[in-house]
Design a protein around this ligand. Structure first.
Ligand SMILES: Nc1ncnc2c1ncn2[C@@H]1O[C@H](COP(=O)(O)OP(=O)(O)O)[C@@H](O)[C@H]1O
Ligand SMILES: O=C(O)C1=C[C@@H](OP(=O)(O)O)[C@@H](O)[C@H](O)C1
Ligand SMILES: [Mg+2]
Length: 210
C-alpha cells in the first residue's frame, strides 16, 4: 500500500487507520494474485457474501458465492437441499462446487460457513487460492443472522447455542486461513478496505520476503 502520514488523533495502533487502496494498489494485488482466487471464509453472518461481492467490485474481478452456485446446480434453495437430501449431501455438493470454482482463474469466492471444515476443501483452497477469515465476534454475528431465516442450521429453538458451538468448533480451522480480517459493524467499505490492505501486505511479502 502507499505510505501515508495521518494526524488523526483518534487513530490507535490497534485499529490503525489505513489509506484507501488506489488504482496502483489494486493493480499490484491483481498481479500478485495471478490466477489464484480470493476465498472468504468464516461464520454465518461474518459478511462473506456481502463483503466478497464488494471486494470483487473493488478489484474488478468476478464474484461468486458457492451457496448460489450450489442452489443453481441443484435448482433448489439451501433450506430445500437440507430438508430433502440432508446436510451430508449439501456438504458433498459444496466441496465439488468449490473445487470447480477454484479451477478457472482469479475471482473472489465467498463460501458457506461450513465449507472450510472439509480438509479436502482447505487443501484445494490452499493450492488455488488465498483465504481470508472474516472474523466477527459472537454478538455481531448473532445480530446479523437474527434478521434472516435462510440458514437451516439456525432454524431451531436455540440458534444462540448452535452458533456458539459452531464458532467454538470451527475457529481453529478458520485460523488456518492465510489472512484474518476483522468484520466489525459499520460501513462495509471499511471491511473491504481492510481486506485490500491485508491482501496487499501479504502479496508484497510473498514477492519481497524479509
Ligand atoms: N460491516 C459489515 N460487514 C459485513 N457485513 C455486514 C456489515 N454490516 C452489516 N452487515 C450485514 O451482515 C449480514 C450478513 O452478511 P452476509 O454477507 O450474508 O454474511 P455471510 O455470507 O458471511 O453469512 C448482511 O445483511 C450484511 O449486510
Ligand atoms: O455455516 C454453515 O454451515 C452454513 C452457512 C451458510 O452460508 P453463510 O455462511 O454464507 O451464511 C450456508 O452455506 C448453509 O446454510 C450452511
Ligand atoms: Mg453467505
Amino acid at each position: 500500500m502507499t505510505s501515508h502520514s495521518s494526524s488523526n488523533a483518534a487513530t490507535t495502533l490497534d485499529e490503525a487507520y489505513q489509506p484507501r487502496a488506489n488504482a496502483a494498489d489494486i493493480a499490484r494485488i491483481r498481479e500478485g494474485l495471478g490466477t489464484r482466487a480470493i476465498v472468504i471464509v468464516g461464520m454465518m453472518g461474518a459478511g462473506k457474501s456481502s463483503i466478497g461481492r464488494r471486494l470483487a467490485q473493488a478489484l474488478h474481478i468476478e464474484f461468486v458465492d458457492s451457496d448460489d452456485e450450489i442452489e443453481k446446480a441443484a435448482n433448489l434453495t439451501i433450506p430445500e437441499i437440507f430438508e430433502t437430501y440432508g446436510e451430508a449431501h449439501f456438504r458433498d455438493g459444496e466441496r465439488k462446487v468449490i473445487a470447480r470454482l477454484l479451477s478457472d482463474g482469479s475471482k473472489v469466492i465467498a463460501v458457506g460457513g461450513g465449507a472450510f471444515e472439509n480438509p479436502q476443501t482447505r487443501q484445494d483452497i490452499a493450492e488455488h487460492g488465498l483465504s481470508i477469515w472474516l472474523k466477527a465476534d459472537f454478538e455481531t454475528l448473532m445480530a446479523r443472522v437474527r434478521r434472516r431465516s435462510h440458514r437451516p442450521l439456525l432454524q431451531n429453538p436455540d440458534p444462540e447455542g448452535t452458533m456458539l458451538r459452531l464458532l467454538d468448533a470451527r475457529a481453529p480451522n478458520y485460523a488456518l486461513a492465510d489472512l484474518t480480517v476483522p468484520s466489525r459493524d459499520g460501513a462495509h467499505a471499511d471491511v473491504v478496505q481492510a481486506c485490500l490492505h491485508a491482501l496487499g501486505a501479504h502479496l508484497q511479502n510473498e514477492t519481497d520476503p524479509k
